[in-house]
Structures are given as C-alpha cells and as structure tokens.
Design a protein around this ligand. Structure first.
Ligand code: E4P
Length: 217
C-alpha cells in the first residue's frame, strides 16, 4: 500500500520524505488555508520534495473553469495530480483530463456508486473519505471494501486512495482490504511507528548496554 501524507506543511513533508516511505502528497483548500501560504507556491515546493503524485485541488464548480484552473496547476510540475470533486462537472473534467494523459484524483467520494462513476471517467485515484463517513454513523471501511470488490469485478485501474484517515486502525483496515493508497495527516503516520513495547524494549536494552561499559564506535 502506498503512503501519501495529507498536509500542506512543507516542513512535515520534508521530514517524512526523509524516511523514504512517502509515495505522494494530498492537499485540499482547507489545508492550504491552514498553511497560510500561497497555493501555487506551496504546491511547487511540495512537488520538488516528493517525486510521487501531489494532489492539487481545483476550486471552481463548473467544468469550463475547472479546466482553466487545471491548466494552471498542471504547469507547476510534472507530478501534479489534479483533484476534482465528485460532481457531474468534476467527472466531466476528470474524463477530459484523463483522456489527455493527466492523473486525476476524484475527491469527496462517499458511496461505491460514486466510485464506479469516477473509474468510468478514467480517474487515476478515487478518494473515499472514511473518517467523515464514520462521523455520520456509517461504516467508512465497508465503503472501501465495497469499492475494492467493484473495481476488482471490472478490472478498473483506478487506485483506491483512502482519505480522511483519522487513526492507525483506518490504516490497518485499508491494508487488510487491499486499498492501493492511504493518505493520512502527519500525526497518524508518525503514530504508526510507535508501540509501547518497542519503547520499553529499547529502555531495557539501553540500561543493560550501559552496564557493560562498552561502545560500538
Ligand atoms: C484527502 O485528500 C482529503 O484532503 C482529506 O483526507 C480530508 O480529511 P478530513 O476529513 O480529515 O478533512
């Protein structure tokens, strides 16, 4: 499963990219607002840090303006993936851009039928929002399982990009189901490295090593 980080904080991105475990980045208008920076500048900076796809979202709601915004975003770097909302105009834009060889991430997906439409429109990625789904008392991970089944039934190439990930269990379940990608905030990715028994084990080994009085270098 590929790991994308869901943030516009370039320091965090650079730090996580240094682990070699980061395959891409997703941003959205709220994350850009949170960064307090210029959208185009921040995307350009991220594209230099991470070679994988960097999702940059259009903000227009009509197809024609979406296409114009996508043209601006595409010029930033070769690894920009255009993010469009799962609406009729968004999927029209997805089809047009995908036919033109552009990677499109269809976002704000909340049903398996929507995911089916996105795949038919040639999306490179579909982003079902599991956390927001759970917030409504629905089962976000069941949505991922349904999309996996449907995409496998028809051999769709569209990658399932699990979004709105809130905790490590979402990551674990995504991997169990066989999602292609998950995107999570930096804190969730950092939490994946942690286990209290790892910390306790290190503590014990360090204490005993100190008693040997030796050093390796
Ligand atoms: C993904 O592309 C979205 O930007 C993101 O995962 C949304 O997450 P949220 O529901 O925590 O805002």
């Amino acid at each position: 499963m590929k790991f994308f980080v869901d943030t516009a904080d370039t320091k965090e991105i650079a730090d996580l990219a240094a682990t070699g475990l980061l395959d891409g980045v997703t941003t959205n208008p709220s994350l850009i607002h949170k960064s307090g920076r210029s959208f185009l500048e921040v995307v350009a900076e991220i594209c230099k840090i991470v070679p994988g796809p960097v999702s940059a979202e259009v903000v227009a709601l009509d197809h024609e303006t979406m296409m114009k915004e996508a043209a601006v975003l595409r010029k930033i770097a070769g690894n920009v993936a255009i993010k469009v909302p799962l609406t009729l105009d968004g999927l029209k834009t997805c089809k047009k851009l995908s036919d033109d060889g552009v990677k499109v991430n269809v976002t704000l997906c909340f049903s398996a039928n929507q995911a089916l439409l996105a795949a038919k429109a040639g999306a490179a990625f579909i982003s079902p929002f599991v956390g927001r789904h759970d917030d409504y008392g629905l089962d976000g991970m069941q949505l991922i399982a349904d999309i996996r089944l449907i995409y496998d039934n028809y051999d769709f190439d569209t990658e399932i990009l699990v979004a709105s990930v809130r905790h490590p269990i979402h990551v674990l379940e995504s991997a169990r189901i066989g999602a292609d990608v998950m995107t999570a905030p930096p804190a969730v990715i950092r939490a994946l490295f942690k286990h209290p028994l790892t910390d306790k084990g290190i503590e014990g080994f360090m204490a005993d090593w100190a008693k040997t009085g030796q050093s390796i270098i």
